[in-house]
Design a protein around this ligand. Structure first.
Ligand code: WT7
Length: 638
């Protein structure tokens, strides 16, 4: 298993060199040694980035749940697979063993079949972080139905757009969810969404908060009675390596969300391999990733990656501030967590609180700390290192994306020396390149450019659901024969990578990837709004926050403007969700435009960042006079 667990820097370089010299052989050995295949592949990898067409382990047959569950039963049946930590600390945690997980997934899969779901059908899952979320995902995978999980903080409009885009037949939801001291009525959000989804035939409803909900006859069914009467035996359906496993939406720089399609074998191999190496997972470790399963981080590193390794993974329903800011640390102490994986925005929020919140708890079980979602700033890195890791736990700053399926650039603990704010080195099998704006690769060290990946890796998305052209356009057309991530990065004198942030119109707010275009589309629906432009600006907890420049059809004054600000954020909440609300809204009479009518966001970004000393040449603008007015107005709302 030497390929599987890297132990020191020398070994990393050896393995890395091998993975680049002979990628086929490298991935073949990993696939051979660590998984259960029902039929072997004919070809390890085939690709053509110009189309793009990518296949891994073509011809192989497998079921991912057999790899994530069944094969552990013989040796680890009584081992805990999932520790469910509920929102309320006074409620007992639930330990679900591999045996119990197997049973619950099989029963759930039988319910799906009874309710008309067949291999290849799409099932939308809109659930809070409760065991049924994990179980329903795995139940879909067991029968080859394609799951499309929508984060349960998204609005009904965002939900119906996603349901319709992938033509889901079924929605799995709950009566409601707990969020700290509050409850949220998920079922009514689903009801509203489904008014615009004619093709949804069934809604399975989990009882979580025991609230009164309306059940639509012939469509809505309570889950529990179905589970109670379903048979326990459900053989896994054998899937082709390249059959879609799931769709997960991510926002892009234009309107519609992109349904990234991940396929079965490559995703399994890649998440399992990266999980094991980046977190140096050892038998009996307890791993905790604090993400929501509604994001790719949760798919890959709460569920598939850990379970493929037979690991124990924590699933947390609550939030870091409830009942107080010590909750994360209390959970680490309680479950003796060994690897802890969270986002810089959470670290910054917790670092603002009193230190005794963390000092009160025994964190000595921790071995490795992880960070994901956005660049981690130096201050947050040190706070994490000093107060949580007690200078004793390597911090893995992991760079990746929904599209990449798994971690791409990251230190390997005990092998790669870490430096704050550096994601450091590519994982084996990953061939990054930095490009200049003319499409030339920047060779050597001490360069910065656009971050691309030159060679396929098993975990990469294969297409955008229903829109392969957009897939090619977005990722494979900016630079020839290479995958373009949308991020900028620099490579320092030692070859370490530091991610510098998005180079397109996507803003990462609290680790959430938000396209500015869909938010602008939402605002522009307000009857008083003529036009708008949104940019990101630095924020001490969220990393980046959103700044909207809005042209009104008629200028309102004082109170009216305050009301409009509220209404604009209300519209955003309805269309996308509260995560996309604007922190600052400035009403302007014009937006800087090029002669072809494109908004010059670069200028707006500078103004939002309060850095107006060097706006560059604005004389070529169609309307340079508006810039002065915008700068003046911005000073008033800083
Ligand atoms: C974007 C992808 C991958 C899971 C979470 C987000 C940014 C992610 C890092 C990091 C700097 C990072 C990038 C990327 N990002 N991790 N360690 N350092 N930036 O997934 O929603 O698809 O967002 O998040 O800008 O492109 P996502």
């Amino acid at each position: 298993m030497s390929n599987y667990h890297i132990k020191n820097l020398e070994e990393y370089f050896q393995v890395y060199r091998k993975s680049v010299r002979d990628p086929e052989n490298f991935w073949e050995e990993i696939a051979e040694e660590n998984f259960l295949w029902r039929k072997r592949w004919d070809k390890v990898v085939e690709y053509d980035f110009s189309k793009p067409e990518i296949s891994w382990f073509k011809g192989a047959k497998l079921n991912i749940t057999e790899n994530c569950i069944d094969r552990h039963l013989y040796t680890h049946g009584n081992k805990t697979a999932i520790i469910f930590e509920p929102n309320e600390p006074s409620q007992p945690a639930e330990n679900i063993t591999y045996q119990q997980l197997h049973e619950r997934v099989c029963i759930f899969a039988n319910v799906l079949k009874q309710q008309g779901i067949r291999t290849g059908d799409r099932v939308c899952i809109y659930l809070p972080m409760i065991p049924e979320l994990a179980i329903s995902i795995l139940a879909c995978a067991r029968i080859g139905a394609i799951h499309s999980v929508v984060f349960a903080g998204f609005s009904s409009t965002a939900l119906h757009t996603r349901i319709n885009d992938s033509d889901c037949k079924m929605v799995i939801t709950s009566d409601g969810s707990y969020r700290g001291g509050k409850t949220i009525d998920l079922k009514s959000i689903v009801d509203e969404a489904l008014e615009s989804c004619p093709n949804v035939e069934k809604v399975l409803v989990v009882k979580r908060i025991n609230s009164e909900v309306k059940m639509k006859p012939n469509r809505d069914v309570w889950l529990q009675p179905l589970l109670d009467s379903a048979p326990i035996d459900c053989p896994p359906v054998l899937m082709d390596a390249e059959d879609p496993l799931f769709i997960l939406y991510t926002s892009g720089s234009t309107g519609k969300p992109k349904g990234m399609v991940h396929t079965t074998a490559g995703y399994m191999v890649y998440t399992a391999y990266t999980f094991k190496n980046v977190f140096q997972y050892r038998e009996n470790d307890v791993f905790w990733c604090t993400a929501d399963i509604g994001w790719i981080t949760g798919h890959s590193y709460i569920l598939y990656g850990p379970l493929a390794n037979g690991a124990t993974t924590v699933m947390f329903e609550g939030i870091p501030s409830y009942p107080d800011f010590g909750r994360f640390w209390e959970v680490i102490q309680k479950h003796k967590v060994n690897q802890f994986y969270t986002a810089p925005t959470a670290i910054r929020a917790l670092a603002k609180e009193r230190l005794d919140f963390s000092a009160e708890y025994d964190l000595s079980s921790l071995k490795i700390l992880g960070s994901v979602g956005e660049p981690i700033n130096e201050e947050a890195w040190h706070w994490y290192n000093d107060n949580i890791g007690k200078k004793n736990c390597p911090i893995v700053d992991t760079w990746w994306q929904t599209e990449t399926g798994g971690i791409m650039i990251s230190p390997i603990p005990y092998s790669t020396p870490t430096i704050p704010t550096y994601a450091t080195l590519p994982l084996p099998g990953i061939q990054p390149a930095l490009m200049d704006e003319n499409g030339n690769e920047l060779k050597g060290n001490l360069v910065s450019g656009r971050l691309c990946i030159k060679y396929p890796w098993p975990g990469m998305a294969r297409t955008i659901w229903g829109n392969h052209d957009r897939f090619r356009e977005t990722y494979f057309s900016t630079f020839k024969n290479t995958y373009f991530s949308g991020d900028g990065a620099l490579r320092d004198s030692t070859g370490y990578y530091r991610i510098t942030g998005r180079v397109d119109d996507v803003v990462i707010v609290s680790g959430h990837n938000l396209g500015t275009a869909p938010i602008e589309d939402a605002i522009n629906e307000h009857p008083a709004v003529a036009e708008s432009a949104i940019v990101g600006f630095p924020h001490d907890v969220k990393g980046k926050a959103l700044y909207g420049f809005v042209i009104l059809k008629e200028t309102g004054e004082g109170r009216l403007q305050e009301n409009l600000r509220k209404e604009i954020n209300q519209i955003i909440t309805e269309h996308i969700g509260p995560i996309a609300k604007l922190d600052k809204i400035q009403f302007v009479t014009g937006l800087p435009k090029t002669r072809s009518g494109k908004i010059m966001r670069r200028i707006l970004r500078k103004i939002a960042e309060n850095d107006t000393s060097n706006l560059g040449d604005i004389s070529t603008l169609l309307n340079p006079e508006c810039v002065e007015e915008i700068i003046e107005g911005s000073i008033q709302i800083q």
